[in-house]
Design a protein around this ligand. Structure first.
Ligand code: CS2
Length: 482
């Protein structure tokens, strides 16, 4: 095998090179001869480690035309990584028994190719659209769940003929599908960490049609397209150079699209009638109602993530694994889940709390707090505000949740100068006090904004962070909670 790091000497992964060097791996993945039944919007690390792996596994159990064509919006990175590799890449599953999987279910990646996206959506071959574009990618107003009227790219999509936004491309393709008289059912599955993500996308598509002056298309979509909601769970950080080097050393080929994540995967999907790969035979669960799984996942896993991301950054820590090694923070997570986010679901048992700490401690997972901290204004409502609201309604104080929110506010204030904040957060970072910040926060429900207990708990936590520092404040809050 070539020397590690001597990238000039290591050929790039592709079907040809894999067949030459590791024929057994090529034999283990999907061939290029199957039809592409899935269009995935927003092909990043998460999709590659999660839905694409489940699709690959489902195809081994039950063959079918379910190869994936990905679309990327952020830049040419995913296309440049995957296309020269014929869509092949490695997934490293971290944990006690580290595992490397080769995945062949991805056919290619389309970047700035709206005509091809449209043709794919219009074709009878395409029967599933999956989406992972993050919380901000839908360009909606979280207070109304409608499209943001002031979004310049949406405005351009509504005016022009080559859409660039996710919803614009989706509706454009469905318009072409309708014009072709295509009647085969098609299902759109959002896999982002938002409440009722299926209903959200359906509503945004309808909104886009209305703004485009095409109500007949909205009716056609209602009759032909299903939008089940889904809940996804798997920790998959942005890939690091170390991960790519590790895969290269192992494979003997250079893989620019490798990703690493935990071995655990969950996918809960609201039942629907249309065709799909045999995902249910490889671990996905189809259920009549996702509400319980959704609240559990968003509050316990993501709520914990967001709360510790800000507190950890204030403590100058870098990764989740590093954070849970500190006793004060590990105890904070336990107390948050046992005494607040768990009980907000009517469940305060400690088993879930232990499990979350274990997941966050997965060795070598390299999950940067800074990555989790992004887009807080859009993440916190479903992760921390919803459980705070339920606790207050039950007459309990969301003290540890408010400490997490105070962590976010301190983080925003500290980051204001650096220009690193997203647009929503920048606006909030400029608010002179908590009341005005809550007032300007589109994701904060009215009743919470007006709750004196809620505002006071945040103000108290902010005072603590300012005067005593993050570790002492966390320790004290946990002691008061216990
Ligand atoms: C994280 C999620 O970055 C974040 O906001 O909380 O990506 C999280 O890792 C996944 O949702 C876990 O399923």
């Amino acid at each position: 095998m070539e020397r590690i790091g001597d990238t000039m000497a290591v050929p790039r992964l592709s079907r040809r090179t894999l067949g030459e060097r590791r024929p057994e791996l090529l034999d283990s993945v999907q061939g290029e001869d199957i039809g592409a039944g899935i269009l995935h919007l927003g092909i990043g690390a998460f999709h590659r480690a999660h839905q694409a792996v489940l699709t690959e596994q489902a195809l081994l159990v039950e063959p079918g035309d379910w190869a994936i064509r990905g679309v990327s919006y952020r830049g040419p990175g995913a296309a440049d990584a995957l296309n020269p590799q014929d869509g092949l890449y490695t997934v490293v599953e971290r944990g006690a028994n580290e595992r490397f999987r080769m995945v062949g279910a991805v056919r290619d990646v389309l970047y700035q190719r709206p005509d091809e996206v449209r043709a794919m959506l219009a074709s009878s071959e395409c029967r599933i659209v999956t989406i992972t574009v993050t919380e901000a990618g839908y360009r909606h107003d979280p207070a109304t769940n409608r499209l943001r009227r002031d979004d310049p790219e949406l405005t351009a999509d509504l005016a022009g003929r080559t859409p660039r936004t996710v919803i614009g491309q989706l509706v454009d393709g469905l318009r072409a599908r309708r014009s072709r008289g295509e009647d085969a059912p098609i299902t759109v599955l959002s896999c982002d960490n938002l409440l009722d993500n299926g209903k959200l996308v359906a509503g945004l598509a309808r909104d886009f049609c209305a703004l485009a002056g095409n109500p007949a298309l909205a009716d056609w979509i209602d009759g032909h397209v299903a939008f089940p909601s889904t809940v996804v769970d798997q920790i998959v950080p942005a890939p690091t150079g170390d991960c790519l080097r590790e895969v290269e050393a192992r494979l003997g080929l250079s893989d620019h699209a490798a990703v690493a994540g935990e071995a655990y995967r969950q996918w809960v999907i609201e039942e629907f009638d249309g065709p799909r790969p045999a995902w249910d035979r490889v671990g996905a669960r189809f259920v009549p109602d996702i509400a319980a799984a959704q609240a559990r996942k968003l509050r316990l896993v993501n709520g914990t993530h967001s709360a510790i991301a800000y507190l950890g950054l204030l403590a100058e820590l870098e990764t989740t694994a590093e954070l849970v090694r500190e006793e004060d923070f590990a105890e904070y997570i336990q107390a948050l889940v046992r005494a607040e986010t768990g009980p907000s679901l009517g469940n305060g048992d400690g088993e879930e709390a232990e499990r979350i700490v274990r997941r966050l401690a997965t060795p070598r997972i390299d999950h940067r707090l800074r990555q989790i901290a992004g887009q807080g204004a859009r993440k916190l409502p479903q992760r921390l505000l919803e459980p705070a609201r339920d606790l207050l309604a039950a007459g309990r104080e969301p003290r540890l949740i408010c400490l997490g929110i105070a962590g976010w506010i301190s983080f925003l204030r500290g980051a204001k100068e650096t220009g690193a904040l997203d647009e929503d957060s920048r606006e909030l970072a400029a608010a002179p006090d908590v009341d005005r910040l809550l007032g300007a926060w589109r994701g904060c429900p009215e009743d919470l904004r007006e709750s004196k207990i809620f505002r006071d708990l945040i103000a108290e936590a902010l005072d603590g962070l300012r005067s005593d520092g993050v570790r002492r404040t966390v320790r004290r809050a946990v002691a008061e909670r216990n």
